[in-house]
Design a protein around this ligand. Sequence first.
Ligand code: CTP
Length: 402
Amino acid sequence: MLGKRILLIVGGGISAYKIPQLIRSIRAQGASVTPVLTAAGAQFTTPMTLSVLAGEPVHDTLWDRNSEAEIGHIQLSRNADLVVVAPATADMMARIAQGLANDLASTLLLATDKRVLIAPAMNVRMWDHPATRRNLATLRGDGILTVGPDSGDMACGEYGPGRMAEPDAIIAAIRDALTPEAQPLSGRHVIVTSGPTHEPIDPVRYIANRSSGVQGAAIAAALRDLGARVSFVTGPAAVPPPAGVDVIAVETARQMRDAVGAALPADAAVMAAAVADWHVVGASDSKIKKDGSGRPPALDMAENPDILAWISRAEERPALVVGFAAETDDVIANATAKRLRKGCDWIVANDVSPATGIMGGTENAVTLIGEHGAEEWPRMGKDAVAARLADRIAAHLNGKTT
Ligand code: CTP
C-alpha cells in the first residue's frame, strides 16, 4: 500500500465512528487518504476529525468555487489509486447503481476511472430487501468490489448481516484491490456450504446434527484470503461467519439447495455442510401435543435433495466441485465410493468417530481423494486444513495441477 492514494467517501451510518480508526490504519500502511464526507456522514463524524487524522482537508461539497475552477471533482476521483466508500449506506448503493450524481460523493463515483470498493452498512432488513439485493447485483456486475457486511448485534437493536466490516477486513480488501495480480483467486467465485441444517418437526422442534460449522467457516475465510469472492451458504452454525464473504443464511437442506442454485455460476464449489439426509414430511404448523395415549407421534420422513450430487451434474457445474465425506468406518473405501457416486472431483474424507474428537473440535485429520488416488494429510488445526485446501483449489483453477 506504500505511496498509494485512497479517496475515502464516508457515508451516513452509525459505523462511521470506525472511520477515524480506518484512516489511521491506512496511513500506518504508508498510503494517503483524501476524505470526502456526505451530508449524512457529517451527522455521524466531523470534518475536523477526518481532516486531522488524514492530514488533508475534507471535501464535502460540489460547489467549491476554487476547486471547481480546476474541474475539482473529476480531478479528485482520478488522482486516487482506489476509491473506498465506508460506510456505504443502502441509499448510497442505490445512487451508485442508478448512476446519480446529485452530491459530491455520487459525482466522484460516476466520474472515476479507478476501482471502487464499498463497505456496506445498514439495518438487516434494509440489507435483505430485494431493492438492495438488486442494487448489489448491479454494482457487482459493474465491477465494484465489496467487503462485508458482517453479522451480529446492530446499533438498531436487531441481529443479522448489516454491520460494516471491521477496519482490519477493510484494510485487507484495500490491499487486495490495489494488488489484484498478487491474489491467486482474485476474480474467482467460490460457493462454500457449511454448518448443519435444521429440519423442522413443528415450530419448536427440529432434527439436526452435531456439525459446528468451524471447518466450513475456515475454508470460506481461506478462500477469501486468496482473493476469491465467496458465497457462504450456511445452516445454523455454532460459530459466526467470517468477515468479507457473502453470507446466505439458511435453515433446511431444501433452502440450502436453492441458495446454492441462486449463487451459480461459480468457478468452484466446496460442500462442507453436514446436510440432513431427511426432512419431516408435512411438518406441523402448530406445536404437536401429547395425545394422552402414551404413543409418540409417527414422523413421516422423506429424503432431502443431495446438493453435492446435484451440483456435480448441474448444467452450470463449477469447474471444480469438492465434497466432504464424514465417515465412521472404512473411511477411504466409503469416501472413494462416495466421490464416484456423487460425481464430484475431489472428496475430503474425515473420520468422525466420537473418539477422534473431530466433529465439533478444533482439529481435523483428512484424506484428499481425487481422480489420482488418496493423499493423507497429517492431523492439524481446521484453519490449516482450510488454508491447504484453498491453496490446492487455487493451484487447480490456475492450471498448476491436474
Ligand atoms: N451432501 C449434500 N447434500 C445432502 C447430503 C450430503 O450436499 N443431502 C454433501 C455434504 O455436504 C458432503 C457430502 O455430500 O460434502 C457427503 O456428506 P455425507 O454426510 O458424508 O454423505 P451422505 O450423502 O449423507 O452419505 P451417507 O449418509 O450415506 O454416508
